[in-house]
Write a protein that binds this ligand. Structure first.
Ligand SMILES: [Zn+2]
Length: 199
């Protein structure tokens, strides 16, 4: 399958099954768009220049499905995504390597100015390539695309978060994703081919 199955729930909201939603995730559907909040805009000015979490020149497909601002990422023209290397979007410190039933093998990285990135559904045990506490550079391989946790197909569920603890339960702190300074956000959006500048 190239797309997660979808269901429509009361109120017309569309849920993307297999989206890797952690327990707090359902409550965040329909929440105000965080990227429009003034405070978030101010914070965004100090946002690190994140790059796609894939090696230089990788061409990837991005979807927000029903869980914007989180992204689900596969190779352009999926299938073939399983096993592709996932790399850090920016330099930082690994603050979480763990497994949950929903997000599967998961990594959290803390970056400068209160920003975090989260990587879900990884193929291998989360501490296979990096350990909690490691300081890593942008582009460091941290895992591979997989289908661990609650998902029907191999993809990377990816988030950029601002402030608070950076803990995996803090999905309410998700912000609009930027890659190389360009914003990729909004419910139900697809970008069929985006080239990584993580070079
Ligand atoms: Zn997802």
């Amino acid at each position: 399958m190239t797309r997660p199955a979808r269901i429509v729930v009361a109120g017309g909201a569309v849920l993307a099954l297999g989206a890797g939603i952690a327990p707090a995730g359902a409550a965040s559907l329909g929440a105000p768009a965080a990227d429009r909040a003034p405070a978030a805009e101010a914070a965004a000015k100090k946002k690190p220049k994140f790059q796609m979490p894939f090696t230089c020149k990788s061409k990837m497909r991005l979807d927000t499905w029903g869980h914007s601002p989180a992204l689900d990422i596969v190779k352009k023209g999926n299938p073939g995504s399983s096993g592709k290397a996932v790399v850090s979007s920016y330099k930082g410190k690994v603050v979480g390597t763990y497994y949950t039933k929903g997000s599967g093998n998961t990594i959290q990285i803390k970056h400068k100015n209160g920003w975090f990135t989260a990587y879900y559904h990884l193929k291998d045990k989360a501490n296979k390539y990096v350990q909690k506490g490691d300081k890593i550079k942008r582009g460091k391989k941290i895992g591979r695309i997989g289908a661990s946790g609650t998902t029907t197909h191999a993809h990377l569920h990816y988030e950029q978060r601002y402030k608070k603890s950076g803990n995996w339960t803090d999905e309410s702190h998700r912000r609009a994703v930027h890659f190389n300074g360009k914003k990729y956000t909004g419910q139900g959006n697809t970008w069929k081919s985006v080239t990584s500048k993580n070079c």
